[in-house]
Design a binder for this molecule. Structure first.
Ligand code: SF4
Length: 451
C-alpha cells in the first residue's frame, strides 16, 4: 500500500542524516591534509571540470590558512561547498589521486574541500570584492548551478544580473533534485545566500521562460541573456499501464521529498525503480529510507555498462535495494486503477554501439514483480517544446552552442544541462564560468563598437 508517515521523526532523521559526515576536529583534517604529496603536475586538479587547485587548497589547510583555502576553491568553483557533497569524486579528483597508483587510499579531497568551504559559508566570509557597477545588465534564465555560477562571475566584474527562476527557490538540481542525505535543503539555501552575498544579483522567482517571459523580451531589456534552464522532463517508459496510480517519475518523487518533507511523501511497500543513473539510485535509496519494505532496481544492461558509479551502487545495496540486471519494463498491470505488478522482459547484450557500449536486446522471456509503486528514472529530456518555440538552433531540444556557450541568437548565450542534456553539477558550474566569459567579451565588444 502506498502511504506516507511510515516512520517516526527520529527514524527519518537517522535515515536522512549526512552520508559523508564532516570532520569533527581539526586534527583529523590536518592528518589527511598532510598526507597530500602536493604533486607538481596534480592529476586531481586536471580531472576537476572546474580545475580547482587541489594541492594549493590542501596546503593552505596544513598552514591553518582556511580563508585562503576557501578562496582557492571558490575562485574556481563558487559552488565548491555543494560540489564537495555531490560530486562523484571517485571518478574525478579522488579517482585521479596518485595514491591510487600505490594501492593506498586517495586523499579525501571532497571532505577537505567541505572543511574549508563550510567554514566560509558558516562565517559568511566575504572573500571576493565586486567591482564597481559597469551599468551593464544581463538576464539569466535559471538559478541552478550554471545560472548561479554565471551570475557570480558576471557580478564580480560589475555587471548587474537578474536571474529569472521558475521555482520559488534557487539552486536548481541541488535544491530540488538530489538525495537529501547528500545535501539538505537548508544547506542549499545557505549556499545560495552565500553566493548572492557578493551583491549585484537579483532573483525573480516563479518566472518561467515561455510562460512569463520570452527571450525577445529579455533581449530588449538587457545587454545580454544567458540561458541555463536545465533539463527536467522525465523520460516516459511508453509501456501499457504507465498511467496507473502508483507509477510516478523520479524527478517528481525527489522534488516532493525535498520540498514537502519526509513524512509527507507517500511510498509503497514494494517499489520498482526503472533505470540505474544517479537519479535512479537517489530515488531507490530514498524510497527505502522512507520506509518501503522492498525496493528493486530494474536495469536493462549489466553492471559493466551501468551509468552510476560503484560508490552509488554500493549505497543502494547497503540500503537493501535489490538489483534486477538485464531487465526492461514491458507492462504495468493494475487493479482498481492502481499498479499491482510490473512485467519485465529479460534482455541480453547485443553488439556494441558506436560508442563501444553493448546495447540491450529483448528476449522472449518475461518475469513479473509484485509492486504497488513504480518509479521511472530512465533519464530526463530537454525542454524540446520550449526550445522549438524560440529561434534557437537545437538538437532534439538541447540548445546548440559554439565556443562553449554562443547560441544561434546574437547576444544570447547558454550552458549547463540545457546544452549538454544533463551532466554533473560541477560541469554546470564550469559552463556558467565559460558563459560569463563569453558574455563579458560580447559586452566589451559591443561597448567598443558603440564608441
Ligand atoms: Fe595531493 Fe593526491 Fe592531488 Fe597529489 S594527486 S596533489 S597527493 S590530492
Amino acid at each position: 500500500m502506498i502511504k506516507n508517515n511510515r516512520l517516526s521523526e527520529a527514524e527519518y532523521k537517522v535515515n536522512f542524516s549526512d552520508i559523508h559526515p564532516p570532520y569533527t576536529n581539526v586534527n583529523a583534517a590536518l592528518v589527511d591534509a598532510n598526507r597530500c604529496l602536493f604533486c607538481y603536475d596534480a592529476p586531481c586538479t586536471k580531472s576537476c571540470p572546474t580545475s580547482i587547485d587541489v594541492p594549493k587548497f590542501i596546503k593552505q589547510i596544513t598552514t591553518a590558512n582556511i580563508k585562503g583555502s576557501a578562496h582557492t576553491i571558490f575562485s574556481s568553483n563558487i559552488l565548491g561547498a555543494g560540489c564537495s557533497k555531490v560530486c562523484p569524486v571517485e571518478k574525478l579528483c579522488e579517482g585521479s589521486c596518485v595514491y591510487n597508483l600505490l594501492d593506498e587510499a586517495p586523499i579525501p579531497i571532497a571532505q577537505l574541500q567541505r572543511y574549508s568551504t563550510e567554514k566560509a559559508i558558516a562565517g559568511n566570509w566575504q572573500l571576493f570584492t565586486r567591482k564597481p557597477s559597469t551599468g551593464k545588465k544581463v538576464a539569466i534564465v535559471g538559478a541552478g548551478p550554471a545560472g548561479l555560477s554565471c551570475a557570480f562571475n558576471l557580478s564580480k566584474e560589475g555587471v548587474d544580473v537578474t536571474i529569472y527562476e521558475k521555482e520559488s527557490k534557487a539552486g536548481g538540481l541541488m535544491t530540488y533534485g538530489i538525495a537529501a542525505y547528500k545535501v539538505t535543503p537548508e544547506f542549499c539555501e545557505d549556499e545560495v545566500n552565500y553566493i548572492l552575498s557578493i551583491g549585484g544579483i537579483d532573483i525573480k522567482y516563479n518566472m518561467a521562460l515561455g510562460t512569463d517571459i520570452t527571450i525577445a523580451e529579455l533581449q530588449a531589456q538587457y545587454d545580454a541573456v544567458y540561458l541555463a534552464f536545465g533539463v527536467g522532463l522525465a523520460r516516459q517508459l511508453s509501456v501499457p499501464g504507465e498511467n496507473l496510480t502508483g507509477v510516478v517519475d523520479a524527478i517528481s518523487f525527489i522534488y516532493e521529498l525535498r520540498s514537502k518533507g519526509f513524512s509527507s511523501v507517500p511510498v509503497g511497500d514494494k517499489v520498482a525503480v526503472i533505470g540505474l543513473g544517479m537519479t535512479a539510485i537517489d530515488a531507490a535509496t530514498q524510497a527505502k529510507r522512507l520506509g518501503a519494505k522492498e525496493v528493486t532496481i530494474v536495469y536493462r544492461r549489466t553492471q559493466d555498462e551501468m551509468p552510476c558509479t560503484q560508490v552509488e551502487l554500493d549505497i543502494a545495496m547497503l540500503d537493501g535495494c535489490k538489483l534486477s540486471w538485464l531487465a526492461a519494463p514491458k507492462e504495468v498491470l493494475g487493479a482498481d486503477g492502481k499498479a499491482t505488478h510490473l512485467v519485465c522482459t529479460k534482455m541480453k547484450l547485443g553488439e556494441p554501439d558506436a560508442s563501444g557500449r553493448r546495447s540491450p536486446v529483448e528476449t522472449d522471456e518475461t518475469f513479473t514483480l509484485e509492486v504497488d509503486m513504480v518509479i521511472k528514472a530512465a533519464g530526463q529530456m530537454p525542454f524540446e517544446a520550449l526550445v522549438n518555440g524560440s529561434s534557437l538552433n537545437n538538437k532534439s531540444g538541447k540548445v546548440s552552442v559554439e565556443d562553449k556557450s554562443v547560441t544561434s541568437i546574437n547576444g544570447v548565450f547558454a550552458g549547463g544541462d540545457c546544452v549538454n542534456g544533463g551532466r554533473e553539477v560541477v560541469d554546470a558550474v564550469q559552463a556558467g564560468k565559460d558563459g560569463a566569459k563569453a558574455v563579458l567579451s560580447f559586452i566589451a565588444t559591443n561597448a567598443t563598437n558603440e564608441h
